[in-house]
Write a protein that binds this ligand. Structure first.
Ligand code: ADP
Length: 438
């Protein structure tokens, strides 16, 4: 059976949730594959994906592009090597049972009818995470992972229109499929993300490299830059892509008024991280927990800084427990926290460039029915100074403007919105113009 080793890279934004593997023509020729064929991809796990041709700048680089679902299903992260193998046969599944994740919120609507239609022709093997579109059919779609708990027969690799698809009521135990943020959810920031990954993910996943070279993996990393630029997003993505336990605390929340409670809270957080290592502790608004000591008047802040220093100095699981601090004001952080062995790596997360804004807009309009007159590039050009959070809000606002246009035609009392109305709904250029004007 022909096989080949390739390096994993992230999917193109438009491939998100599509079950595709992008390969270059050389690889396709070598494996005698055509677009639309299925291949097996093997990392720590084995899954299947649909072959698609990579774009020219990706050729001759020995890589395969797959999305976060497929990466999870192969047990491989970006940069890992996976084995690509052709299949003997593409057996269709007779029956598939999909179980919801444990963290699926009750109020998140899922239109099972359209989900089933989308799954036709989707590659799947048992225990895969399968992307399911949730949210209102029109606004803010979100892909959540359901687990394929049953796939019959066992060697089946694809869902067809003959497959009986069932949704189980019972969530898949220990399976999280909603809050997972992946690298595809981050627009721009390529260099920054690369640095964060080298600093945190590499030592976490491959401590042996660091031991061998005698380098100390970091304990603390500071992400600094204006609010809404993606600092939290990066921390969450690194945790979920590296399979690390993620604990998030907000600085102000830790500063508790009651004597002794703040330090207790910090101790608990570090203990939790140690027990669940590899783990990432994310402290948002670190400046509020750790103002420069000369500026501190409050006794509480002073004690919390001291406690945090103690906890970080006492961290023995170097590289396996990493603290990421986020702040808008680097100069407001206590210098003692920035000494070697503490938050000694600093990475700036800045305001996005026009190119980066284009990527962020693509991410936040993913799955929205955009009219032909919408030019993401033009919107990116007109939004100088917008950060990621602003662009996300803009996309949401445009969708709301569009929705208002259709409201007169919708009978809100009716059980279901007529499919012909849903079908013709689209977000137009004028919706973005109106959203920008407010
Ligand atoms: P920060 O932690 O820097 O204040 P967040 O990471 O919390 O900002 O960003 C807030 C929201 O804005 C995110 O949940 C996301 O919807 C959007 N956002 C911010 N930056 C980006 C980005 N680079 N790419 C995509 N979305 C972004």
């Amino acid at each position: 059976m022909p096989e080949i080793y390739l390096k994993v890279d992230s999917a193109y934004p438009e491939d998100q949730g599509a079950g595709k593997a992008r390969l270059d023509p050389d690889t396709m020729l070598q494996l005698r594959l055509n677009p639309g064929d299925l291949v097996a991809i093997e990392g720590k796990r084995r899954t299947v994906a649909k072959v698609w041709r990579a774009m020219v700048n990706d050729w001759h680089q020995g890589k395969v592009r797959i999305d976060n679902f497929t990466r999870l299903n192969t047990g491989a992260s970006i940069g890992d090597r996976v084995k690509i193998r052709t299949l003997d046969a593409e057996d269709e599944a007779k029956r598939v049972v999909l179980a919801p994740p444990e963290d699926l919120p009750k109020q998140l609507p899922i239109n099972y009818g359209s989900v089933v239609n989308k799954l036709i022709d989707f590659p799947v093997v048992k225990n895969d995470s399968v992307p399911i579109q949730a949210g209102l059919p029109f606004m803010q779609p979100q892909l959540v992972a359901f687990k394929a708990v049953v796939v019959e027969p066992e060697n089946a690799v694809i869902i067809t229109k003959n497959t009986k698809i069932e949704f189980s009521e019972k969530p898949a135990a220990g399976f999280e499929g909603v809050k997972r943020i992946s690298y595809e959810d981050i627009g721009g920031l390529k260099g920054e993300l690369q640095r964060v990954r080298e600093t945190i993910e590499l030592p976490m996943r491959h401590p042996e490299i660091f031991r061998k070279l005698g380098i100390e993996p970091p304990k603390g990393v500071l992400l600094y830059g204006p609010p809404g630029t993606g600092k939290t997003l990066i921390a969450k993505a690194v945790a979920s892509e590296s399979g690390a336990h993620f604990i998030s605390i907000a600085g102000p929340e830790v500063i508790s008024k009651y004597y002794g409670e703040s330090e207790q809270r910090l101790r608990e957080v570090f203990e939790d991280a140690r027990q669940h290592a590899p783990a990432i502790i994310f402290i948002d608004e670190l400046d509020s927990i750790a103002p420069r000591r000369e500026e501190v008047t409050g006794e509480v802040e002073r004690r919390v800084v001291a406690q945090l220093l103690t906890m970080m100095d006492g961290l023995e699981e170097r590289g396996q427990v990493v603290v990421i601090g986020a702040t808008n004001r680097l100069d407001a952080i206590d210098p003692a926290l920035r000494r070697p062995g503490r938050f000694d790596r600093e990475i700036e997360i800045g305001v996005p460039s026009e190119d980066d804004r284009t990527q962020v807009l693509h991410i936040h309009t993913r799955g929205m029915p955009l009219a032909e007159d919408v030019s993401i590039a033009a919107i990116a050009q007109q939004t100088h100074g917008f950060v990621g959070a602003d662009l996300a809000a803009l996309a949401r606002e445009a969708a709301i403007k569009a929705l208002r246009r259709y409201l007169p035609e919708i009978d809100l009392e009716a059980e279901e919105i007529p499919p012909e109305i849903l079908e013709k709904m689209e977000v137009q250029a004028r919706d973005f113009r109106d959203a920008l004007r407010d």
